[in-house]
Write a protein that binds this ligand. Structure first.
Ligand code: SF4
Ligand code: SF4
Ligand code: SF4
Length: 328
């Protein structure tokens, strides 16, 4: 009987010892995923027609609930803004009455108008006036709608990631910024750190922070993000960031050659947030017109000066109180 019990104990110990390599294996750190080129978006707003196919495709692929349409009274765009359940938002920037018709002709002389043969020859022959009244055609009228499909910028130095205290926000192997929903505790630090108002807490749902994933699940399977796939005009171009930047510079040059002097890139160089944006834009006006800050800053850059200021103020107050107490 005692012998049998001894044998049982020895065999159970042997079994546990056999498990040790397996358990140690679980503790091992997984090797890093193979390096990939940085992937991102070049959004060419000069090609956007405001169809919102990208917005819908994003909702559909990510199974995000639709927001109740709400008449803003200020725009035909009633999505209003990016949010926890709206990861793509097409802005309609309606610029009506920018210049009075009388000023339009002076401000846009024929030589500055787009160099389209049909247009130039018609104006030269006085077939059509440079500014026919009541026309909505962009070449003749100063009124315009700017369209921009806004999204997370997947910043090279992402303030949201710097601010996250739990490590829920990571960079993926595609150099995109991704929120791990099982780690996010909904503290909201990332929300205030993002200078573009992109990431938001789903206060009516799980309370966690959400934003565009750059379709990480699709990228893993070698697929194009849903929004870029749905865009009918190629306004949203997806690819390697370095190639996209090259293409974007060529596109700006092309537009400027054809008289669109206001065409410019936003986030394609390293100036924005000291590293640039992996999702950058071609704009037709000042960044502020598109609700984009001209010089956004990373909150972390303010920590040192602010801390020094606080320390100096504390020392001064300490010295002053010693001085006054001594006097009394
Ligand atoms: S745009 Fe905002 S949410 Fe997106 S990576 Fe940059 S800081 Fe984060
Ligand atoms: S990349 Fe994917 S998650 Fe991001 S906006 Fe496009 S469809 Fe939505
Ligand atoms: S980006 Fe493309 S899909 Fe989105 S609104 Fe503009 S044209 Fe339509």
């Amino acid at each position: 009987m005692i012998e049998e019990r001894g044998r049982d104990t020895i065999s159970s110990i042997t079994n546990e010892v056999r498990q040790v390599p397996h358990l140690l294996g679980l503790l091992k750190k997984e090797p890093p995923l193979p390096e990939q080129p940085a992937m991102g978006f070049f959004t060419d707003t000069s090609l956007c027609i405001g169809c919102k196919a990208c917005e819908v495709a994003c909702k559909q692929w990510n199974q995000l609930p639709a927001t109740t349409p709400d008449w803003t009274g200020t725009s035909y765009d009633n999505t209003k803004q990016l949010g926890a359940t709206t990861w793509r938002h097409v802005q309609f920037i309606e610029q009506i009455g920018r210049r009075k018709p009388s000023e339009t002709q002076a401000a846009a002389p024929v030589s500055k108008l787009p160099e389209l043969d049909l247009f130039q020859s018609s104006v030269a022959q006085d077939v059509i006036p440079a500014t026919p009244p009541g026309t909505a055609l962009p070449f003749f009228s100063s009124d315009r709608w700017l369209m921009q499909s806004d999204v997370c910028k997947h910043c090279a130095n992402a303030p949201c990631q710097e601010a996250c205290p739990t490590g829920a926000i990571i960079r993926t192997e595609f150099d995109t910024v991704y929120v791990q929903q099982d780690i996010c505790n909904g503290c909201g630090y990332c929300v205030v750190a993002c200078p573009f108002g992109v990431i938001a807490r789903d206060s009516g749902g799980d309370g966690q922070a959400h934003k565009c994933t750059l379709c990480y699940d699709r990228l893993k399977d070698g697929m194009t993000p849903a929004c870029a796939k749905a865009c009918p005009t190629n306004s949203i171009q997806f690819g390697e960031v370095a190639t996209l930047k090259q293409h974007a510079r060529e596109r700006v040059g092309e537009l400027q050659k054809h008289g669109v002097d206001s065409a410019r890139l936003y986030g394609a160089d390293d100036q924005i947030l000291e590293g640039g944006l992996n999702s950058f834009f071609l704009l037709l006006d000042e960044p502020e017109t598109y609700n984009l800050p001209a010089n956004p800053s990373r909150p972390s850059t303010h920590v040192l000066p602010t801390s020094l200021g606080t320390i100096i103020a504390a020392v001064l107050m300490g010295l002053m109180s010693i001085f006054f107490f001594k006097k009394e």
